[in-house]
Ligand binder design. Sequence first.
Ligand code: C2E
Ligand code: MG
Ligand code: MG
Length: 563
Amino acid sequence: MKQKTLRVLLVEDNEGDARLLREMFGKESPNSFEMTHVSNMREAVIRLAKGGVDIVLLDLGLPDAYGLQSVQQARAAAPGIPLIVLTGMDDEALAAEAMKAGAQDYLIKGQVENRALPRALRHAIEHHRIQVETTYLAQHDAVTNLPNRLVLNDRISQAISLARRRKTLTAVVFLDLDRFKYINDSLGHAIGDRLLQSVALRLVASVRDSDTVTRQGGDEFLILLSEIAGSQDAAKSAKRILLSLTAPHFIGEHELHIDGSIGISVYPVDGEDAETLIKNADTAMYHAKENGRNNFQYFTAEMNVKVVARQSLEASLRRALERQEFLLHYQPKVNLNTGEITSVEALIRWQHPDRGLVSPAEFVPIAEDSGLILPIGRWVLREACRQARAWQDAGLPPIPVAVNVSSAEFRKTDFVEGVRTILKETGLEARYLELELTEGVLMDDAKFTASVLQELKGMGIRLAADDFGTGYSSLSYLREFPIDILKIDRSFINQITADCDGSTIVDAIISMGKSLKHVVVAEGIETQEQRAYLQAHHCQEGQGYLFSRPLPAPQFAALLQTG
Ligand code: C2E
Ligand code: MG
Ligand code: MG
């Protein structure tokens, strides 16, 4: 294969040495090299600035630069060009130093053979290319080609020192895509990756060239806005970023819509180093998510107060199981026509030593995030099954007990096995157990969900879609799953009032449930009007304060006894 002509810049003040090298090149392969010779660092820097040099041969003893210093100067003048140093026989130690400073190789004058020289040059170039590539790989995200966290930390630090000197601000923008996981799981990683690439392009286009867009992995992006005049500039950028995401992404045959939640932290008020700024932007991003997604939030100190409160709650939650601070309350579901109790839902309560009864709405999300929901969920399931069996043994009318299951529990590979074991241990027949799953749990990874549901169904367990209507309810999904019961979310029942007598959503869910042969249960019935409306619209069952609040086990037993 014919190799391209290598353009060599020789920086050498000794005329004799220079001539020798020129002869070597000429003799060995006259057409492979094109040599330019300069005799000091100043000329070298001027020549390098013009470009068109493939490799530098640098003498370490120049009149205007010596040793390591000359390596540094040459590298600064042409950072992307490989460099070989030339030293005298007695200076190998210096040569080794030069390599540490970034030279690819060294040649000792007087020991270079004709043949070895071209090979050394080609090696140095190849070595340099690999170095550049591996550095690139280490600093960039493979999916989007954006710089990664490593680079970002560096850039933030640089931006901070610049901002400090110029008395300007710097902002860190934390973007997390909303429901990306849903797309990734349902359409596959290849589509997910292409969506991330498309998002990356939009982000880069929506900020200034001097800003840095990076991907942190997953669906998280961090953007450094260097040198902003006021913190409202960060809001402008955040708005522009959110706007840039709104147009659909066309990927393959899919038209995908995605938006994101943004948290902003600003130097110096929200942090004085990269780590703090990133952490606080992350915290603010979580608040944006809680705020209903597709919006941005500035970090505030109160957010940290919340974080701290949450951490202390999490710490006491960790000890709650062993200290036996949990208990279950039981709320009946009733037949709307006859008023008789058809089943009962077990609802967890936490008797906190200082705070009293803590609502599951407050601690279940924390238990889910921290993984504590796994042992807690096991406890709930065992306790509910044990109690149901105990009531049966005591001669009370046998009714199914419903247990709420979180996504993390459901996705554990040993979930079904755990349920089987608990049923065996407690002696409760499977047909007396109902599992309530929210739409979120059901919709994540539909294939997996369907197979687990089939298995549970095969055991004889009844399955309920909880809080129905609040998530991405899709009829086609529902058809695929062996669901027995649809529980209409309380928020829709709320809308049924005396003056505006009804809700099209409630009507739609009831008729949808009917067509799929599901038992439809209305949650949160508080008034007679609501009950009458639901009854008139053929909703079979209901649950709510109108019938009974969730009760401690003994009170519920009494209720069940009297019917
Ligand atoms: P959910 O499964 O939808 O449970 C129904 C919630 O509505 C219960 O709140 C219940 O007390 C409340 N409720 C019932 N009737 C009425 C009514 O007429 N009016 C009003 N305003 N509220 C009513 P609770 O017990 O605070 O539980 C809240 C949520 O916490 C539950 O919603 C469920 O998602 C979760 N949860 C409760 N126990 C467990 C558990 O053992 N495991 C898991 N993973 N989640 C649980
Ligand atoms: Mg429930
Ligand atoms: Mg519910």
